[in-house]
Design a protein around this ligand. Sequence first.
Ligand SMILES: Nc1ncnc2c1ncn2[C@@H]1O[C@H](COP(=O)(O)OP(=O)(O)OP(=O)(O)O)[C@@H](O)[C@H]1O
Ligand SMILES: [Mg+2]
Length: 286
Amino acid sequence: MSIIEKARAKQQQKNLETSVKEAQYPLEEINRESIDASPKQELSLDKIALAERGYLIDNGTRKSIKDEFRKIKRILLNNAFGKAAKTLHHSNLIMVSSAKPNEGKTFVAINLALSIALEQDKTVLLVDADVLRPSVMRELGIEEQLGMIDYLLGKTEHVSDIIYNTDINKLKLIPAGKLHHLSNELLASEKMATLANELANRYPDRIVIFDCPPLIGVTETLVLANLMGQAVIVVEESKTSIVDIQAATEHLNENLALGLVLNKAIRSHKDLYGYYGYGYGYGTKN
Ligand SMILES: Nc1ncnc2c1ncn2[C@@H]1O[C@H](COP(=O)(O)OP(=O)(O)OP(=O)(O)O)[C@@H](O)[C@H]1O
Ligand SMILES: [Mg+2]
């Protein structure tokens, strides 16, 4: 049995246990102000450059990549809102990470967000939580704005100040914000936990995708993982071994719904660099 099949079998077994996990952070802590985007300029994405670099802009091209992301999206949405949601804490919060840097986390996080934004009835909030190497805004062709670090540092009081509407209907953003020497520690702070709780509970019909730092070497990523209901681990096929993946995921919270995305898989030897594929396995770790 492959690692993915084992994971799937384990998850099926787990789905039989329908214990509802208790919220770690009581609802009373939630500040009742609106956390939708406060009135400010809508951000425009550089759609032409995005499409050229393989991002899922809805221009009818790149059918194969769109289909791959659609499959992953269905699994994530089912976990978030279907039967499995009862067994997950914060099922609508999804982290995207990888064992090592540069495996395609941001690429996958943005594409998943764009794919979910195409759904009729779902809003998606993409959070740049890779506060050491933020790149979501750069990839989208948008200048850095006030963001999560600024909020966690108390430079801005309202969550709504760091949520931005975009010219893609149903896609909202929280940028990383200004780099700070304590960026990583802030990810593990109580305020971050409260923010995650607020995002999960205030808009339970909204998917929140966190582009996170890698798991190996950044201990705060594990702390962040404890706030999430689902994790998508991006694996660059030719770069990361099973041993690395195991080392990266073995300390993850075992209640997390865990999926692996195989990125940059080589399907055709005629076209080594021009084709990227995805494989997706879903289940709890091990
Ligand atoms: N499947 C893919 N198809 C085309 N380009 C890709 C693909 N995956 C990644 N890339 C490109 O590879 C580069 C690295 O990917 P990305 O920035 O998403 O990695 P990352 O894991 O977020 O890196 P970091 O650890 O620095 O945050 C980017 O230029 C990205 O656009
Ligand atoms: Mg990245």
